[in-house]
Design a protein around this ligand. Structure first.
Ligand code: CA
Length: 233
């Protein structure tokens, strides 16, 4: 059986040495790839073509990639955005996630890693579901945000309110990084004066319960940034 599915991907990168192998790799994967070298051209392209994924370099000649990302989101672009950055600073990554990027790739990166992350992002955007219904992960873990219930193969998993909130937020952003700040703000609130250690403890308990239930999902810590919910196996 041959299944043909073409995804439109936009590469925003000014350096030829980086852009060319990147474009070639994505084309070999079967994606329809366009490439531009400036922030202005990226905004214009997205406006006209509405690609499903934008790979966005942060160091562009005319605009900061962070501003391009913010502008894409404020213009209503709801496809996936992956920042590609040589800036190792954790602050940049957190800012990037806060302005609407879904994931990031640090330069230098391996092409195999690029392929895996792009596949994960495109799978996620194809499986997007409304917030008030159930999220079902590829392995069958069902997170019902309306009924606040979690089950795997019809077996309910008992979670505390905070464990549920953390899981629901991570699961609705499957394969994307959710920053620690977002988790703290959404699950706890601005009146919370306790330690962010609470988040780590809650994540630890959640991991234990998912594992005990036989789920193949993992909550992966992205050091200094946040967490990503992935389906393993
Ligand atoms: Ca650059």
């Amino acid at each position: 059986m041959l299944v043909v599915m073409t995804h439109d991907v936009l590469v925003v990168e000014d350096e030829e040495d980086i852009a060319l192998p990147l474009v070639r790799t994505l084309e070999r994967e079967g994606y329809h790839v366009s490439r531009v070298a400036t922030g202005e051209a990226a905004l214009d392209h997205v406006d006209h073509e509405q690609p499903e994924l934008v790979l966005l370099d942060l160091g562009l000649p005319d605009m900061d990639g962070i501003d391009v990302c913010r502008k894409l989101r404020s213009d209503g672009f709801d496809g996936a955005i992956m920042m590609v950055t040589a800036r190792a600073g954790e602050l940049d990554l957190v800012v990037g996630l806060d302005v609407g990027a879904d994931d990031y790739l640090a330069k230098p990166f391996g092409l195999a890693e690029l392929q895996a992350r792009v596949r994960a992002l495109l799978r996620r955007s194809a499986a997007r579901v409304p917030q008030d219904t159930a999220v079902v992960t590829p392995s069958g873990l069902r997170v019902d945000t309306a009924a606040r219930r979690v089950s795997l193969r019809d077996e309910e998993i008992q979670l505390t309110a905070k464990e549920f909130d953390v899981l629901a937020l991570l699961a609705t952003h499957h394969d994307r990084v959710v920053s620690r700040d977002t988790l703290m703000n959404e699950v706890w609130d601005e009146n919370w004066f306790g330690s962010t250690k609470t988040l780590d403890v809650t994540i630890g308990r959640l991991r234990g319960k998912l594992e005990a239930a036989g789920a193949t999902e993992r909550v992966v810590a992205i050091r200094g940034v946040g967490f990503r919910f992935e389906t393993g196996g």
